[in-house]
Design a protein around this ligand. Structure first.
Ligand code: ADP
Ligand code: MG
Length: 401
């Protein structure tokens, strides 16, 4: 793994230091309050550790998409109450990001161990433009930079990347955990490695598939993507969600997998229905070659799941993105739930390192009750997918020393 500094590389006593800490406080809101504070929970250890060691902590975060101008509804003051509640500490809102108001707050109001929250980084065009002058002006308010926002690390913005060029840079605890888990899954994993790639469409995950065939020994295809793979192999998938125009792309991926010694697993049996509804009357399980013209494939079948469970039993590492079926609607969550439980059990036994990510994947694993037993679940949507594509994340590269 590329080397980066962590809070362990800082002196125990941080009195006199001002830590600029990039966090993800882009909380889902309803009627002016947060509906989920998971993101605050994730950065709590870093904030409390820095404050506990005597640093003045200045939090930097974006909130929504203000597009480079101020907007009162998108001020980070909207979430300051939620942050205080999770931290159990007072947080001073500072309605600027640079200038005399920040200087005065840091020098005259905040004391060692106090926490301030600057306004939405994206109110200033220099943030998304990664303007070095803007980054330098922010850097002038601190003595060190901590990035604890892996979920924003795929963006080269002033506070996710630029600041690292002006201040000593460290990964926060949540960033550190994420990077270690991802490294164990695809960076330097124990073989054999299995990847589950599911979800709706091949087209949104082409780069992921192309990267994985060269990295893993078993590529398990589920969800709507499996239909596209089956169709490319001449299987009639009826009315299923399917990208018929991608047949050639799929054949190329299968060839690349073949050359790289990666086995691509497609289902033998599937769960089909004539209408997409909960527990429809037309529900049945059949061999993939028996799907009728007016049916659609909505989940993998039980035989497929059993075969995939056997594959996982031979593997040491699993990386998972995308549900195996239309899991939001009963009973098309069955394959995802069953395989997730197998992976969770193998992880508990200590025979598998399991890492998963993706918006719907996180929801599906929670629905299966498997989340706690996976080795690591990434809640960083875009950044996780770009990492699965093998891309360098600018926010991570900037921390490397
Ligand atoms: P993630 O957010 O974890 O990256 P995706 O957004 O790629 O996952 O895919 C999730 C969506 O794929 C879900 O809404 C699910 O219902 C859908 N899906 C999975 N299998 C099928 C299928 N066979 N037919 C239609 N939709 C499917
Ligand atoms: Mg999704």
């Amino acid at each position: 793994m590329a080397k980066f500094k962590t809070l362990d590389d800082l002196p125990a006593d941080l009195t006199g230091e001002v830590a600029l800490v990039r966090v993800d406080l882009n909380l889902p809101m309803k009627d002016g309050s947060a509906t989920d504070v998971t993101r605050v929970e994730a950065v709590k250890p870093t904030i409390l550790e820095l404050a506990g060691r005597g640093a003045k902590v200045l939090l930097l975060a974006h909130f929504g998409r203000p597009g480079g101008q101020r907007s009162s509804m998108l001020s980070t003051s909207m979430v300051v109450g939620d942050v205080e509640a999770v931290l159990g500490k007072e947080v001073m809102f500072i309605p600027e990001i640079t200038g005399p108001v920040v200087v005065q707050s840091v020098e005259s109001i905040l004391r060692a161990g106090d926490i301030g929250l600057l306004d939405n980084t994206r109110f200033w065009p220099g943030e998304e433009g990664n303007d070095p002058n803007f980054a330098q002006a922010i850097a002038a308010h601190g003595t060190l930079y901590v990035n604890d926002a892996f979920s924003a690390a795929h963006r080269a913005h002033a506070t996710t990347e630029g600041l690292a060029h002006f201040l000593p840079a460290y990964a926060g605890r949540s960033m550190e955990a994420e990077l270690k888990a991802l490294d164990a899954a695809l960076g330097a994993p124990q073989a054999p490695v299995a990847a589950v790639v599911g979800g709706a469409k091949v087209s949104t995950k082409l780069a992921v598939l192309e990267h994985l065939v060269g990295k893993v020994q078993h590529l398990i295809i589920g969800g709507g993507m499996a239909n596209t793979f089956l169709a490319a192999r001449g299987v009639d998938v009826g009315k299923s969600l399917c990208e018929h125009d991608l047949a050639e792309t799929v054949s190329r991926i299968m060839d690349e997998a073949d050359k790289a010694g990666c086995t691509v697993h497609l289902p033998y049996d599937v769960v089909v229905a004539k209408e997409f509804a909960a527990n429809p009357a037309s529900l049945r399980t059949c061999n993939v070659h028996e799907v009728a013209l007016d049916e659609m494939i909505l989940d993998l079948g039980p035989q497929a799941v059993e075969a995939l469970a056997d594959v996982l039993k031979t593997c040491r590492t699993l990386v998972w993105n995308g549900p195996l079926g239309a899991f939001e609607t009963e009973p098309f969550d069955a394959a995802t739930v069953a395989l997730a439980r197998t992976a969770a059990a193998l992880t508990l036994e200590g025979s598998l390192v399991s890492v998963a990510g993706g918006g719907d994947t996180v929801a599906a694993l929670a629905q299966a009750g498997a989340s706690d037993d996976f080795t690591y679940i990434s809640t960083a949507g875009g950044a996780f997918l770009e990492w699965m594509e093998g891309r360098e994340l600018p926010g991570v590269s900037a921390l490397e020393s």
